[in-house]
Design a protein around this ligand. Sequence first.
Ligand code: SME
Length: 168
Amino acid sequence: MVDSDDVGIGDRMSSAYTEVLGKIGDFLRTGNEPTELYQDVCDVLQSSLDHYTWVGIYAIEGDDLVLQAYKGPKATEHTRIPIGKGVCGLAARTAETVVVPDVSQDARYLECFPSTKAEIVVPIKYIDDVFGEIDVDSDRLDPFTEEDSKFLRMVADQLAAVVKKLRA
Ligand code: SME
C-alpha cells in the first residue's frame, strides 16, 4: 500500500498539487486494476489543474508505448508510439522527464492536437525499469515549472509502486 504521507510532499508545493496527491493516494489504496487506476489518475489531473489540457498514460508493450487511458477534449491518433519516436518515445528511451516549453520549436515533437503549445512527459519507472509514462499536453505556452516536474514524478512513483505490486 502507498500512503500519501510517505511520498515526501515538500512544504513548498502548492495546495492544488498536494490536494491532487491526496486524491491519487486514495485511488491507489483501492487495490483496483492498473487500467482503472490510470483512468482515475488522468481524470483527476486533467480536471484539477487548468494548464493540464490533455492527460494520457501510456504503457510499454514490446517496442511501443500504448495508450491506456486519457482525459481531455479529444482523442489522439497516437495510441501506439514506437519507443524513440516523439517526445513520448524519448522519455521512455532515456527514462528521464522531458519538458517541451514550446512544441513549435522542438523537432522531436509529434503533433496530436493543433492547439497544443507545450508538453511534459514523465516516465513511470521502478528503479530503472520503465513501464509507462504520464503525458501532459497544455494549450498554454511554457506553463510547466519545476513544481510540475516534481509533482508528476511523485504521481508516477506512486503509480509505479502500486502497479509493480499488483503485477508481482
Ligand atoms: N506529442 C507526443 C505524442 C503524443 S500526443 O501528445 C497525445 C510526442 O511528441 O511524442
